[in-house]
Every structure is written in structure tokens, then in C-alpha cells.
Design a protein around this ligand. Sequence first.
Ligand SMILES: CC(=O)SCCNC(=O)CCNC(=O)[C@H](O)C(C)(C)COP(=O)(O)OP(=O)(O)OC[C@H]1O[C@@H](n2cnc3c(N)ncnc32)[C@H](O)[C@@H]1OP(=O)(O)O
Ligand SMILES: CC(=O)C(=O)O
Length: 532
Amino acid sequence: MTRERLYLFDTTLRDGAQTAGVDFTLEDKIEVAGMLDRLGVDYVEGGYPGANPTDTEFFAAPRTSHAIFTAFGMTKRAGRSAANDPGLQGVLRAKAEACCFVAKSWDFHVREALGITLDENLETIRDTVAASVAAGRETMVDCEHFFDGWKANRDYALACAKAAYEAGARWVVLCDTNGGTTPEEVAEIVASAATVVPAGKLGIHAHDDMGLAVANSLAAVRAGARQIQGTLNGLGERCGNANLTTLIPTLKLKPDFAERYEVGVPDESLSALAQLSRAFDELLNRPSNRHAPYVGANAFATKAGIHASAILKNPRTYEHVTPDSVGNHRRLLVSDQGGKSNLLSELARVGVEVDRSDPRLDRLLADVKAREAQGYAYEGAEASFALMAKRALGRVPDFFTVESFRVMVERRHNALGELVTMSEAVVKVTVDGEPLITAAEGIGPVNALDVALRKDLGRYQPYIADLRLTDYKVRILNGGTEAVTRVLIESTDGDGEAWTTVGVSPNVVDASFEALVDSLTYKLLKAGAPAP
Ligand SMILES: CC(=O)SCCNC(=O)CCNC(=O)[C@H](O)C(C)(C)COP(=O)(O)OP(=O)(O)OC[C@H]1O[C@@H](n2cnc3c(N)ncnc32)[C@H](O)[C@@H]1OP(=O)(O)O
Ligand SMILES: CC(=O)C(=O)O
């Protein structure tokens, strides 16, 4: 059976730039365009030339070699010709092969937001498309609020779509701008649009305000849309756009779609999708969504003992696709919800081979459950788990012993008369029987302790030279100032490996210190530091 081609249109650099808290630099945009090009999407919408200096500069040169580089803009203003509309001319001057224009298709918006007549709006759509086609651009129209418009005034919404198509638009994209449409409504409305625009020219742009953007995009495809707009990791205005890292695996791996449709993303890109998604979050300087479908760190992480035991027998028992098909990994988590199967699998993952009948395993499992009851959470602190397991098996040397630490926090006026808060820490450790005392200042008590602890570990100092702390999280486990706190510290080193350690105590400094010591010990083991 020949498969129909579906076209993927990425709007990370345009609608994604409308995400609260996201602010792309020119360099970011260049890097993301390269990522998208390598992923294999068909269109990369780079932004709105003329709207701001970054976007204008970004469009000074073509930025993709495979994907069709697309400029976004709005239809011309009513009451002036396309040639006399500076905004439209700015978009047409941009170095892009395609232009995508947002057009109003809800009568309410035409009257309220634009303040023009319905006919004038149809004319702006026609004139804008004609000018773009005449400028040699592949032209598309984003029919803003198409679904709300159709529900309010069906004939008018359809007339907008038809005007765009008849003026020469290659794609007429139906936008669920407010994200309030259900998949059933999408199916009905796309089918209705297909009566005025050939299905091969219809696209879908869905927002996620009900968590339905992916479902709505798939419903639109079933009803005839052949272009899907979306973003990396679901970025976009308010709750985001349809998430391409969910859509791409669904289109390529689920028989219902894969057998009927073809997308341009090659298999090699699919099997590196999790890495791409995480690299994009790195660029945004934000933690990845561990629960993201397909690509999240927890997408193939199993906690329940009953599930883990079955997965070890056959992973298909609890997995709808294989983790490696999207570049992800299977993990069986160790926690108070798990049994020996989880423990054995996690031990194997951290490089500890132990027989299922080894009695130390029962003690370790009991210890894990007892410590989790105190507030430790090993599923998010694999390095602390690895240390605990290796200690239970006698495989962690006492590289150093902490004799004591002291931290002081002082608020005072500095020499300039400014009020400053300073922290100082003193740490006493013993290495090879030799006492070492270090002191350090820090921006806070944990920073001061960290700096002091890592200042002098005697002969182990070279092994921790490239250690860096990258994240620090505190969680209060029960209310009030006498609460128990859990601290998670993420560390990394020159290899780029990241590991997380945990500490728990009623005292936040104590909990932090415990996690810091685990991080150092993990690094010494990893670096192959010799036992004393
Ligand atoms: C649904 C979407 O996501 S559409 C994409 C939205 N993205 C953006 O708005 C990001 C980039 N936008 C911008 O930088 C600015 O809004 C600009 C440069 C485009 C325009 O700035 P300004 O000229 O200062 O206008 P402002 O932003 O205040 O208002 C938008 C104007 O566009 C008009 N407009 C909105 N949509 C359209 C349209 N489809 N066709 C023609 N005009 C439109 C509005 O009526 C309003 O005009 P008015 O001020 O005469 O009432
Ligand atoms: C065009 C667009 O981003 C929207 O209608 O949501």
C-alpha cells in the first residue's frame, strides 16, 4: 500500500519564542535551526522578520539546508496596498523560501480585534497571498481561531480558508489558537474545510490548553490534514503547541499511522530523539520534563515491583514501544514500591553483579525501604543508591572520614556600608590518618561547606578537580520549622556524566552535607581513586 506523505512544520523558533520564560538569542536560533534541520522536519519557521532585531538578523541569511526556511508575518493592513505595507514587505524581503501569514478567520475577531469589515478581511487575505506568491515564496496561511470561527460563523471561516487557497496558498493551516477544541470537533471541522480546500493542502496548528494538542493533530490527519505544525518539547504560547517529540514517534511507530503515512524524519533521527529533546532543554537552561512521553527520563522507568518482575521476563508486558526506538532507556526504580526484581535490575545498571539468593540482598532491600520511610528517595538519587548498595556489599573504601564541620552565617555592613550576608565554613577530615582542616567563604552556608570540603582532600584532590555541582533542590517533607528536609544535589565532571545524591535531616545544612559527601565519594569511586 502506498503511503501518503505528511509534512512536519516546526514553529519552535516562532510560536515557541512566544513561551513565557523563553528568550532565544541569535546564536540560540542558529543552533536550534541546525538541530531541526538534522531532525528532518520539512519546514522550519524561524520567526517574524521585522518584529524584533534578533528575528530580522536571523533572516539575513538562509539558516537551513534541508528544511524549507519559513518567515512568519501577518496579513497586510486593510486600507493600504500590499506594496505599501511595510510589515508585509519586511517579511517578503527576508531570506526565506516560504512565508506563513496569520489571518483572522473568526468574524468576532475581524470586527473586535481588527475593526474592519468581513469583506475587507477577505481582501487582505487574497492580496497578501497574491503578493507573496508573486515574490516567489511558497505561501501558507495560518487561519487563526479557525475552529472557534467555524463554530460561530461557519460560512465565514470557510470563506477565509477558500480565499487563501484560491489566491494561491500552498497550505491553508487551520489553527486551534485558544486550544479549546476537542478531537471530535477537530475531525468534523477539518472534514468541513476539506470541502473548500483540497485535503492535500490543509494543515493543523493545535495549542495544548486542554492537553489535547497532539490528539487534535492526529484527529486532523485522520480527517484530511497533511501538514502538522508543532514544536520541540511542546513549547509555545500559554500551555504550548503540539509536541513534535510526541507526534514524531507516534506517526512513525504506531501502525495505524505508520502504515498509512510517511514523514520525512529518518529512523536515525527517531532513535536519537530523546537526546535531541534533552539537548534542547539544555540550550533553554531548564530541567527536562522527566515524565514527557517517549523522551522523558521516566518514560520507561518502572517503580512497582509487580511490573518490574514482569518486565524482566518480557519488557513488552509494560512497554508500548521499545525505549531504544526513541533513544531512551529502560529503568527499574528502587523504592518502597519495589521488590527484589527492581533491586537486581538497578544493581546491574550501576555495575553491581549479585546473586538473587545472596542474603545481603534482603538486608539491602529492607534498608532501602527503611530509609525511604525516613524521607530518602533513591529513585531520583541513583548515585546515593549505588553507594549504599556497594557499601552493603563491602565495595566502598573509606577514602576520607569527616571529623566535624562548622558553618557560620553573618549579616553585617561591609567596608562600603552595604548590608551583606556572608557564610563561612570549616571542615575537618582525616585522610590516611592525617587530619586536614579547611575553611572557606561562600554565598550561602551550603556553598561555603562545598568549597571547604573540596579544598583539600589530601592525595585524593586530583581525582575531584573536575567535579562541579550543577543543581541543588530542597524539599520539605512535613510542615513547620521542625520539618524534615530532603536535599538532592546534582553533580557533573569532565566526562559530562551527571549524578544525583540525596541527604535527609531535620537540619537543611546537615542534609546538604550528607548529599555533598555522597557526591564526592561517588566521584572518587568513579575516578578509580585507590583505597587508603
Ligand atoms: C496566534 C498567534 O500566535 S499570531 C502571532 C503573534 N505573534 C506576535 O505577535 C509576536 C510578534 N509581534 C510583534 O512584535 C508586534 O506585535 C508587531 C511588530 C507584529 C506589531 O506591533 P505593533 O505595530 O506595535 O502592533 P501591536 O502589537 O500593538 O498590535 C497588533 C496589530 O496588528 C493587527 N493585526 C493583528 N492580526 C492581524 C492580521 N492577521 N492581519 C492584519 N493585522 C493584524 C492588530 O489589529 C493590531 O493593530 P492596531 O494596533 O492597529 O489595532
Ligand atoms: C498562528 C498561531 O500561532 C495560532 O493561531 O495559534
